[in-house]
Design a protein around this ligand. Structure first.
Ligand SMILES: CC(C)(COP(=O)(O)OP(=O)(O)OC[C@H]1O[C@@H](n2cnc3c(N)ncnc32)[C@H](O)[C@@H]1OP(=O)(O)O)[C@@H](O)C(=O)NCCC(=O)NCCS
Length: 192
């Protein structure tokens, strides 16, 4: 089943962030911020490591191609007032009926622990549920990836599977979550 193409990736705003579509000019920042062991260790083993010198350019070319086809949305995470500096990425793509995985994200460790990815994930989730009209998201993380795990938990997702998976840092258990629009809305209403 091939899902319908996504609309062009919009600029999304949060309290502290502007999430904007990625561009080739983000390559130097991504090369510098992404190529760190703490960032890649819990990512899919398909991520090349050691990271090649043209890794960010190559990745961005793929992102822009997916954007052009409406297959995925790729946002650069930027602080308000510093929108040229890409601190990390957050990506969203539709369920194809097979692969239970709809979102990816990473952030430069310099900015971890300030709630920034929770803020980005909440806004992108709102876009998926309230603008695109999706009713559920499947999300994944390695069991040992406490930060990523916690974000799903905070969003109201529920664990639906555990299975071994190949990560850059080696084989580990992968946790698969399902976040329904219903549960997400109920949690938001409860916390407002
Ligand atoms: C996962 C990642 C995006 C989190 O970004 P972040 O901006 O630090 O996340 P937030 O601050 O919004 O939230 C992280 C939550 O996890 C918690 N957390 C982080 N590390 C933790 C740890 N070692 N043990 C327990 N909780 C932890 C934080 O306390 C916070 O929860 P809280 O709000 O209840 O206190 C970031 O660590 C990252 O880029 N990792 C590398 C890439 C990656 O693994 N991507 C995800 C692949 S599935």
């Amino acid at each position: 089943m091939s899902p319908p193409p996504l609309p062009p990736t919009p600029v999304l705003e949060t309290e502290r962030l502007i999430l904007r579509p990625v561009r080739m000019a983000d390559a130097p920042a991504i090369q510098r911020r992404f190529a760190q062991w703490d960032v890649v260790r819990w990512l899919h083993a398909t991520v090349p490591w050691p990271y090649p010198d043209d890794g960010a350019e190559e990745h961005l070319r793929r992102c822009l191609d997916e954007e052009a086809k409406g297959a995925k949305s790729h946002w650069a995470i930027t602080l308000k007032g510093a929108q040229d500096d890409c601190l990390g990425l957050i990506d969203l793509w539709p369920y194809d009926g097979e692969t239970r995985d709809n979102r990816g994200f990473w952030l430069d460790p310099e900015y971890w622990g300030r709630g920034l990815m929770t803020e980005a994930a909440e806004r992108v989730t709102e876009y998926a549920f309230e603008t695109l009209g999706w009713t559920e998201l499947y999300l994944n993380n390695a069991e040992g990836n406490a930060g990523s795990h916690r974000i799903k938990e905070k969003q109201g997702a529920v664990i639906v599977d555990r299975s071994p998976h190949a990560y850059v840092g080696g084989e580990a258990m992968r946790v698969t979550w399902r976040l329904t629009r219903e549960a997400w809305r109920a949690r938001r209403q409860g916390s407002s």
